[in-house]
Design a protein around this ligand. Structure first.
Ligand code: FMN
Length: 185
């Protein structure tokens, strides 16, 4: 499948109805390559990832999820994304580690989308439990968990109510005028 960036951006969705898919080493290599090529302040590359594919580890990760995120229990892979401010530019009040790690993660998510995978970032998890399960040192901030899978052809068998509704229709976006101005604020 060869998508253009425009199409990949359009096709990406934070789907929650997930089927099991094998994510092999070559696929993982594609994802880490996309991360590697992302820009960062001073080329600092402040990002860190733990990719979880082992079934026993995926089982343990169920305990870190917040209520409402039970759909993540069907993940075929989870990527924990973490960084710390000292690993990137700090220019007065501007701390770039979250920004740069976010860009790298967006690259990963788009590449995963192009490969036909769902890659859904979440904030609803216990950071403390995540660090405990994965052995991530205290000084890092776990910014997101990215949930990977294959989009189910039958979301109605997994989801209900608003969650099911949103699966078929992308949530509304702000009108452009609310965030984009021209030639001055
Ligand atoms: C930082 C971040 C945190 C999110 N946390 C959750 C979450 O905990 N649970 C969830 O189901 N979706 C989560 N989402 C997905 C968003 O709800 C989703 O991206 C948004 O509603 C737009 O939908 P779309 O990505 O399908 O266009 C998160 C997305 C981001 C970027």
């Amino acid at each position: 499948m060869h998508m253009r960036v425009k199409e990949t951006i359009e096709n990406r969705r934070a789907y929650r109805a997930l089927d099991v898919v094998e994510i092999d080493d070559e696929t993982l290599d594609e994802l880490t390559t996309a991360i590697r090529l992302a820009p960062s302040c001073f080329n600092n590359q402040p990002w860190n990832y733990v990719f979880i594919r082992d079934p026993d580890m995926l089982e343990k990760m169920k305990n870190v999820m917040s209520p409402g995120n039970e759909w993540t229990f069907r993940a075929s892979m989870i990527s924990a994304v973490f960084s710390k401010k000292e690993d990137d530019c700090m220019i007065k009040n501007r701390e770039y580690h979250l920004f740069d790690t976010g860009m790298a993660t967006a690259f990963m998510i788009l590449r995963a989308t192009e490969l036909g995978l769902v890659a859904h970032p979440i904030a609803g998890y216990s950071e403390k439990k995540t660090k405990d399960v994965l052995g991530i040192p205290e000084e890092y901030t776990v910014i997101t968990l990215v949930i990977f899978g294959k989009h189910s052809e039958h979301p109605e068998s997994q989801l209900q109510g608003d969650t099911l509704k949103v699966e078929g229709k992308r949530p509304e976006r702000k009108p452009v005028e609310e965030f984009a101005r021209q030639d001055g604020y």
